[in-house]
Design a protein around this ligand. Sequence first.
Ligand SMILES: CC(C)(COP(=O)(O)OP(=O)(O)OC[C@H]1O[C@@H](n2cnc3c(N)ncnc32)[C@H](O)[C@@H]1OP(=O)(O)O)[C@@H](O)C(=O)NCCC(=O)NCCS
Length: 132
Amino acid sequence: MLQCTHFADTSIAVEDADGALVGFISGYIPPSRPDALFVWQVAVDPTCRGQKLAQRMLTALIERCRAEQSIAYIETTITPGNAASEALFSRVYSDLKAPLQKTVLFSRKEHFAGQHDDEVLWRGGPIGQPQA
Ligand SMILES: CC(C)(COP(=O)(O)OP(=O)(O)OC[C@H]1O[C@@H](n2cnc3c(N)ncnc32)[C@H](O)[C@@H]1OP(=O)(O)O)[C@@H](O)C(=O)NCCC(=O)NCCS
């Protein structure tokens, strides 16, 4: 509920024709990097997957944030081998012609005591001005 209130300007939801929630992306602008949109969670209902819904939500959210918040970078963290996340963000960065930098943000050894894989920061940008 906090994501839907405090972070509504940087999040997006999709409902079907009956009003059921079928897709959601939460994001926020990191306080120290006001030119970046950090994408936190992406979820699409299992019945609606494989229809580019995640891609269309993410693209729409980025366009909104570009227009209203002047963002130039899109960030997320991905665990290596998460094929769905890697494919989704690769596609969107490619469509935006956004150069991509990958760095380990939280490390398996240093931060997770070997109990969780690395979380790699994918930072794409800068992206240009919003389309007219
Ligand atoms: C991951 C998830 C959001 C994808 O939603 P979706 O609407 O089916 O994705 P899209 O149809 O927009 O696909 C976007 C791209 O990701 C690829 N992709 C989607 N799911 C994939 C999967 N499971 N494995 C590999 N690639 C996948 C698509 O092929 C497409 O790439 P392309 O344009 O190069 O063909 C959805 O499967 C989900 O909610 N999973 C559970 C939650 C989760 O894992 N979230 C984190 C992932 S960002």
